[in-house]
Design a binder for this molecule. Structure first.
Ligand SMILES: Cc1cc2nc3c(=O)[nH]c(=O)nc-3n(C[C@H](O)[C@H](O)[C@H](O)COP(=O)(O)OP(=O)(O)OC[C@H]3O[C@@H](n4cnc5c(N)ncnc54)[C@H](O)[C@@H]3O)c2cc1C
Length: 413
């Protein structure tokens, strides 16, 4: 049994190397100014080790992109200078410069008629795999570590609590705070609340995603129809990678298709999934219909039932275990709020831990203050995102949906 906590000092264990992972260490850097790079911050400022169940970075082939709509400030707070300068390399379209005039065109898929332009000032659209790779640079990320058990201990009033994580490979790690950043199906959330209270709630919507390149003629028509807004959510046809700007047939696209389906079952049969893909594509206006139907027969289509967990408070074991990102507020993606909230969590938890480590505030107080904000903001974001997804699938309600009424901005400023 290996114990990774070989040094002394306050030690944060982060479970999950998702997009959340850089906040804690970097807030410390910007405020204490000691460290010159992420690795030294982690070692000398707030010591932090990340444990990831994947065997290596981006092991899962499933990828997508996401927009930073309102969390540019918190993102900047979490990223030290070398990473800010490199952020553009993690976007889906590195040649594009964010502009205050950015917007998303929402189209009627059946007619290609524009329904509304949603303002998305200075949006940064990141490719998930590239963003994760950038965030992991210089961090102590231990791969192949799937969390199985957590154990917290509280020595006495004055000492820091200790928390031990045990992994499926039999190894363990001990620290003073464990952050569950292990995504929507969080094991840490289950530990804090029990399986019933922590369970995801299924919604009557199925989401399917695929990655494809398009024949040159179709690609040109799609680009023309999108008026160059290829890195937006428009009609679900998002560009995912642009290897050669002048040759649209090299561009990678990642369409998302969501449709109504009552119940709580998953769609797992490949033939049934392809049938649903084709049936929905057939209803689309050109050139989107041809684009979606050009997906090769043997292409992988990822499919899942959308679900959510309206955030409630948890027992944080005297400040020794907390949640962040999708683990704290798993929500649907039609209004693009999940990552924005995750980045906000990262910045706020970084500030809270700095208050403990640098300013001597009790851990229980700073963690409680962090959680009070997360629970209120998370609950609202989850419920409004779920309500929005339902309304987007109903023509009667579409125009009143949060996306059409408020765009991608948070409901509470
Ligand atoms: C199609 C799509 C489009 C989206 N668009 C947007 C958008 O435009 N804007 C936006 O703000 N959000 C968007 N989102 C949401 C966004 O992707 C998520 O909110 C965000 O990725 C959450 O990051 P996370 O780090 O909390 O979780 P994750 O990225 O899920 O990371 C969790 C990590 O924990 C690891 N893990 C899980 N269990 C364990 C375990 N037991 N032990 C160890 N490790 C474990 C996982 O392997 C994973 O690496 C979108 C989501 C999808 C699916």
């Amino acid at each position: 049994m290996a114990d990774s906590n070989s040094e002394t000092g306050f030690h944060v264990l982060v479970i999950g190397a998702g997009e959340w992972l850089r906040g804690t260490a970097n807030s410390a850097k910007t405020q204490d100014g000691i460290a010159q790079n992420a690795a030294t911050i982690l070692t000398y400022s707030i010591k932090c080790t990340v444990f990831e169940r994947e065997s290596y970075l981006n092991q899962r082939s499933r990828d997508w992109s996401f927009g930073i709509y309102w969390a540019q400030g918190p993102l900047w707070e979490c990223l030290p200078e070398p990473f800010r300068a490199k952020l553009n390399t993690a976007t889906v379209n590195p040649s594009r410069t964010p502009s205050p005039e950015d917007f998303i065109r929402m189209l009627n898929g059946e007619t290609a008629e524009e329904l509304i332009r949603v303002p998305t000032p200075n949006v940064i659209r990141l490719k998930r795999s590239s963003f994760r790779a950038l965030l992991a640079e210089g961090l102590d990320v231990q791969y192949g570590k799937k969390l199985s058990v957590i154990f917290s201990q509280f020595p006495n009033d004055k000492d820091e609590p200790t928390v031990t994580a045990t992994f499926e490979d039999g190894s363990n790690a001990t620290g003073n705070l464990l952050v569950g950043a292990d995504g929507a199906k969080s094991k840490v959330r289950e530990y804090l609340l029990g399986s019933e209270k922590a369970a995801l709630q299924p919604l009557p919507i199925i989401g399917c995603h695929a990655t494809l390149t398009l024949p040159a003629d179709i690609a040109r028509k799609v680009i023309a129809e999108l008026h160059g807004q290829v890195d937006t959510l428009t009609s679900g046809d998002k560009v995912h990678d642009i290897p050669d700007h002048k040759r649209p047939e090299t561009w990678e696209w990642r369409p998302t298709m969501t449709f109504w389906r009552e119940g709580s079952d998953q769609l797992t049969n490949a033939a049934e999934i392809r049938k649903a893909w084709n049936e929905n594509s057939e209803k689309m206006a050109e050139p989107f219909r041809s684009a979606l139907l050009s997906l090769p027969d043997d292409a992988v289509i990822w499919c899942e039932r959308l679900s959510q967990w309206p955030t409630i408070g948890w027992d944080n074991k005297q400040g020794s275990v907390t949640l962040a990102g999708d683990a704290a507020h798993p929500m649907t993606y039609h209004r693009g709020q999940g990552l924005n909230n995750a980045v906000h969590d990262a910045a706020y938890l970084g500030r809270a831990l700095n208050d403990h480590c640098e300013n001597g505030k009790p851990l229980t107080d700073v963690v409680a203050a962090y959680e009070a904000e997360v629970v209120e903001r998370g609950n609202e974001a989850v419920l409004s995102s779920g309500g929005n997804s339902v309304m987007l699938h109903d023509w009667e309600q579409l125009m009143n949906s949060p996306l059409f009424q408020h765009g991608a901005a948070p409901l509470r400023q």
